[in-house]
Design a protein around this ligand. Structure first.
Ligand code: FRU
Length: 571
């Protein structure tokens, strides 16, 4: 922990309740002469300190201390105006103690400090998850910002979704691992931060495993430990944390992998059954901005040895850049035939073989997805049904004044490896558990549409939809499927599909086009050709526009559709 030696001089104790006391006009250190220190001492008797935030205000450094000991340090758009929202700082570990909160800024923050509350309850419960632009069946954080999914794992009856989280602001920063759990991959319960920044740095992305054989010795004799691997930003070491209850995490005192080069990050760890070893894939930038994935192995999760380096693109060519993912899949319909898949954050991937130490690509740079702003996807370790399930960060357009949260994850998808005319390809489908969200069902039977005709899919009231549609006997030039003001346009001649300026080449099969679309407030995820084509497009869908319709230009086709209105995942 970093100690602030000036701290002693600033200490100022005030009674039991939250009171604000600015200490005026004192320079913080020689680099920051204009700074004015604002200090609040508070006796902790509740779970959270609620900190008033206004998006867009100057970020100030806030430090929480117990005497000389720094407990938390982060940047926050602390406000002395009417706050947009309150950030929740969990202080339950220090109940009964008097802690100090210190804001480093040049301005007097006494009003902001006086707005800080203590609470055991979430005071925004009535509005939380009902915000106007909150996705209804995509995970998003209660408050603050999220980016990458981290540590996806199934452990003791629950799916765990950790995520890159800024709990104190709606933009990137202060990286923590947020934590949510689910019994069904669909309904998530966010339960607070799992990993906080420490003296090695903030908590960058990583993964989680279940150490069933207790190879690490970190189990408690009955429950196998869940072990997390993360990057500490700045020192660029790989750290380990473990838990035997899936709730409390203890960090190993020293990092398990030292820095290889600046910026190396995002360890993905898996168990390799044939060699009875753990394998870590780590993103490492080599000289000349060469992206690469390092392969390391270990028998106890603590001592790691490099066994292979696979090179990707350089500089702005982001093939195999950050957030590695590595897993084995059986080729569909070919029992016993298995291949390994290696991907980076942009989902471009290689298919190849792996002997426990070395990955040998057989085909490279395959395009993993065709959408916009789907990134850093990861798959679940230890999935109980043996499925390969993936979720990605979906950079939604939810930045805005007044918002208490920003960004989301994609829906969970099952990945399979298919033989196609263009060789082996991964394919994604929404997980079957999503069917739980279905409520009203609408069927639109097979009909013919001619040039210039359009057809309205009537009586669909909700904003949240699962749509299956098939176009066949196509002689038309263009199909426009309008969903609440968003046009999904298919140009038959050049076989391209586009949504909001995002295009993909999508070949017809037997003169047919079959689409599955999931429509939420923050965008559309489209699946075609057995899921080989996946196109997530982040676009805010107008909830006032209820029109869904199909229009045909230059020729005819037959069309049939099925639509489900979907429930919210937030109870
Ligand atoms: C990808 C990424 C990771 C890093 C994390 C930091 O989005 O840049 O490489 O660990 O985000 O938040």
């Amino acid at each position: 922990m970093i100690l602030d030696l000036n701290f002693q001089m600033k200490k100022f104790l005030i009674g039991i309740f939250v009171t604000a006391m600015p200490i005026l006009g004192k320079a913080q250190d020689s680099q920051d002469k204009s700074s004015r220190d604002n200090l609040l001492n508070v006796q902790i008797d509740k779970k959270w300190l609620l900190l008033p935030v206004k998006n867009g205000e100057e970020r100030k450094k806030m430090v929480l201390r117990d005497g000389d000991k720094q407990l938390r340090s982060f940047d926050i758009e602390l406000t002395d105006q009417d706050p947009d929202w309150y950030a929740y700082l969990d202080v339950s570990a220090w109940r009964g103690k008097t802690l100090s909160l210190d804001v480093h800024t040049g301005t007097d923050m006494s009003r902001a400090l006086s707005l800080i509350k203590q609470s055991d309850k979430e005071i925004d419960k009535k509005t939380l998850y009902r915000e106007k632009n909150r996705a209804r069946f995509h995970f998003s954080p209660k408050r603050g910002w999220n980016n990458d999914p981290n540590g996806l794992v199934y452990y003791n009856g629950e799916y765990h979704l950790f995520f890159q989280h800024n709990p104190y602001g709606t933009e990137w920063g202060n990286m923590h691992w947020g934590h949510a759990v689910s019994k069904d991959l669909v309904h998530w319960r966010e339960i607070g931060e799992a990993l906080y920044p420490d003296s090695y740095g903030t908590m960058f992305s990583g993964s989680a495993v279940v150490d069933k054989n207790n190879t690490s010795g970190m189990g408690d004799g009955s429950d196998p430990p869940m072990v997390l691997f993360y990057t500490a930003e700045g020192s660029w070491v790989q750290g380990l944390a473990y838990s035997t209850d899936g709730r409390k995490f203890k960090k190993a005192e020293t990092p398990v992998v030292p820095k290889i080069t600046d910026g190396n990050r995002d360890p993905k760890v898996i168990w390799h059954e044939p060699s009875q070893k753990w394998v870590m894939v780590l993103y490492v930038e080599l000289e000349g901005k060469q992206h690469s994935m390092y392969f390391l192995t270990s028998s106890n999760l603590k001592d790691w040895e490099t066994t292979d380096v696979v090179k990707g693109g350089t500089d702005s060519d982001t093939y195999l850049f950050e957030c590695p993912e590595f897993y084995e899949l059986q080729v569909e319909g070919k029992p016993g035939v298995k291949k390994w898949i290696l991907t980076g954050a942009n989902s471009e991937y290689a298919i190849g073989t792996f002997d426990g130490e070395k990955f040998t690509p057989e085909s490279e740079r395959l395009n993993g997805q065709h959408g916009r702003d789907f990134y850093a996807a990861q798959t679940f370790n230890n999935e109980p049904k043996g499925r390969r399930i993936e979720m990605g960060w979906w950079r939604t357009k939810t930045t805005g004044h007044g918002n208490n949260f920003n960004q989301s994850m994609s829906i969970p998808m099952e990945i399979k490896l298919l033989e196609t005319e263009e060789g082996l390809k991964i394919a994604r489908q929404p997980v079957e558990e999503l069917k739980k969200l279905r409520k009203k069902h609408h069927v639109f039977e097979n009909r013919q549409l001619r040039d210039g005709e359009s057809f309205l899919l009537k009586k669909i009231k909700d904003d949240f939809l699962e749509i299956h549609t098939r176009f066949s006997s196509i002689t038309s030039e263009q199909i426009i499927f309008s969903i609440k003001g968003v046009d999904v346009i298919y140009n038959v001649k050049d076989e391209t599909l586009s949504i909001d300026g995002v295009d993909m080449h999508l070949p017809l099969t037997n003169n047919q086009l079959e689409l599955t679309l999931y429509v939420d407030r923050t965008g559309i995820e489209l699946f075609a050709n057995k899921g080989v084509y996946f196109m997530p497009v982040n676009i805010n869908v107008d909830s006032n526009n209820k029109d869904i319709g199909i229009k045909v230009k230059g020729g005819s086709l037959r069309t049939e559709s099925e639509v489900y209105q979907l429930r919210s995942i937030w109870r």
